[in-house]
Design a binder for this molecule. Structure first.
Ligand SMILES: [Zn+2]
Ligand SMILES: [Zn+2]
Length: 415
């Protein structure tokens, strides 16, 4: 092996070692013994004294030998690399070696800052960025389509209301491109998974896709999985005749001429919106009091039961009451040094809510209901459904979801 090493102080080849002047008096066996005891963690000062090595204990690693039995070629300049024994680590009782290039500054560790490694790092980062950007583009193109419709009646009720709400919430950036929902002055939908599910439903129906022009920072990428931040991405509405269809939805609403398939789906959509609004307040009231705020399956079933014969406003009243009682329960338990198990509070909240409503039902009381909470503004889905389409306004909030909708009155008014 040909090593043209230029490290200062190297003078002697001894068997498999290249030794510097401080170790030049050693045989190969002595070097073996010294290295073995050094890496076993023996105290440095006595060890150096035993071997008559004239260096300070702190500087010993500089004078350790080079191992000539191993070789490597520098990926940067093609020169031979030499392998030097390196400073021991107190936690690891084994030999430590480090490679150095004989022709350039490269050291094959992740800490090397030579020009070659800096460039390599930059290239890797560029490749990684390209990979991310390609993955995001592919994700955005997943639902790419161009849909043509003769009439808005070809849309389901939910899609028609959601499309009109989306168009009203988002700034129009180009023909079919709309800006992020986060910039809207009014929320698109109640702040929970219902709004996301509406957007996903439009995407699955190929009516909507995420604009490829969206900044990459609005996507969460975790182990190959891409999740858009739905409030922050830009949107493409994929209707060829988007303006005509939006106008058609508005005309149908204005005329009160609600297609029969939309009428059929009304109770379901009103129920979904009511539940989403109740879940939003439920989470808010519990968060506000520092209580566990996840709406589990039991809570959702309880809310649906209340909504059968109660308005969202009345449900708000039950939720507010139950949240206050749940906090009282926690406080009293703590005061009496009684444990509060993690499952107790959600369960207490659900039961108190249900009992409140059951008692009212039993005693025939009519809860007057709360108004909207200032921190939970009305959503555009509610405005489109109850103001634009049904002309009921906030009666959608103060009446149960299956309360009568007077289609004829609506029709006569606008004919
Ligand atoms: Zn090199
Ligand atoms: Zn390097």
């Amino acid at each position: 092996m040909c090593l043209s090493i230029t490290v200062a102080g190297l003078i002697t080849t001894m068997g498999k070692y290249l030794l510097n002047e401080k170790l030049a008096h050693f045989s190969e066996a002595q070097v073996d013994t010294f290295l073995s005891r050094y890496y076993q963690g023996e105290k440095c000062t006595p060890l150096l004294a035993i071997f008559a090595i004239d260096v300070h204990a702190n500087a010993v690693s500089q004078w350790l030998p080079i191992d000539t039995t191993e070789s490597a070629v520098c990926p940067n300049c093609g020169s031979s690399m030499f392998i030097k024994y390196a400073k021991r680590k107190s936690s690891i009782k084994r030999y430590q070696k480090v490679m150095h290039c004989n022709g350039c500054e490269h050291v094959p560790t992740k800490f090397c800052h030579c020009a070659y490694c800096r460039q390599k790092c930059m290239d890797e980062r560029t490749a990684q960025k390209l990979q991310v950007s390609n993955a995001i583009s592919a994700y955005c193109r997943l639902n790419l389509a161009s849909v043509y419709m003769e009439s808005a009646t070809e849309l389901s009720l939910k899609h028609a209301v959601a499309l009109l709400a989306l168009v009203r919430c988002c700034d129009r950036l180009a023909d079919s491109t709309f800006g992020a929902l986060v910039h809207a002055t009014m929320p698109f939908a109640p702040n929970n998974d219902w709004g996301v599910n509406l957007l996903r439903s439009l995407m699955n129906a190929k009516l909507l896709s995420i604009s490829e022009g969206t900044s990459e920072k609005h996507f969460i990428i975790e182990s190959q999985h891409i999740e858009p931040r739905y409030g922050y991405v830009n949107w493409e509405i994929q209707l060829e005749n988007i303006d005509a269809i939006i106008l058609d939805i508005e005309n149908l609403c204005r005329a009160g001429n609600i297609p029969s398939n939309w009428q059929r789906d009304l109770p379901k959509l009103r129920q979904e919106l009511a539940l989403a609004e109740c879940k939003e307040l439920y989470t808010f009231c519990l968060d506000e009091r520092g209580l566990p705020s996840e709406v589990g399956a039991k809570a959702e079933a309880m809310l649906l039961d209340i909504l059968v014969d109660h308005s969202v406003a009345q449900c708000y009243q039950a939720i507010r009451y139950a949240a206050m009682r749940t906090l009282d329960f926690k406080t009293v338990q703590r005061k009496n040094n009684l444990p509060v198990q993690h499952y107790q509070l959600p369960s207490y909240m659900v039961n108190t809510c249900q009992n409140y409503v059951d008692r009212a039902r039993l005693e025939g009381l009519n809860n007057k209901g709360f108004s909207r909470n200032a921190h939970i503004p009305r959503s555009m889905m509610s405005v489109v459904l109850y103001d634009t389409l049904l002309k009921m306004g906030e009666r959608g909030f103060t009446e149960p979801y299956h309360s009568a909708v007077n289609y004829t009155t609506v029709k006569r008014l606008y004919d």
